[in-house]
Design a protein around this ligand. Sequence first.
Ligand code: TYD
Length: 133
Amino acid sequence: MINAQIIQLPKIEDPRGNLSFFETDNHVPFSIARTYWIYDVPGGEIRGGHAFKQQQEFIIALSGSFEVVLQDGKDEKRFHLNRSYYGLYIPSMIWRSLENFSTNSFALIVSDSEYKEMDYIRDFEIYKKAANG
Ligand code: TYD
């Protein structure tokens, strides 16, 4: 089962411009250790294509839109992110790709750990065996 979920974030509407935010535990169900972002993605490119053994992530389309495709070796779920006040929580051990980036899209990703290449599974066959035995 792919138990990723969309989390709605606060949106403080204001004639001067809107404001949204997220906090560890209140909105993101883990302690934030790292933030990174993906931008200037040429049309048609795909990012990701891996799973994390332990890392959990929370992804927001801060501008523009893209799709997050999640697989667990049995099921597939697609999330279209196109609002800066919705985030997608992805638990560990889910295969994930980011696709169909719009022009000028900006993906903000927060994670519960620092960057560790050891935590990546980059081969889908190895992932399926690890996930499903
Ligand atoms: P990767 O996570 O494979 O990119 P994506 O899944 O978004 O396509 O990372 C690409 C490269 O960037 C890889 O060589 C490792 C490096 N990197 C860091 O050094 N720190 C980071 O926090 C991240 C996410 C990547």
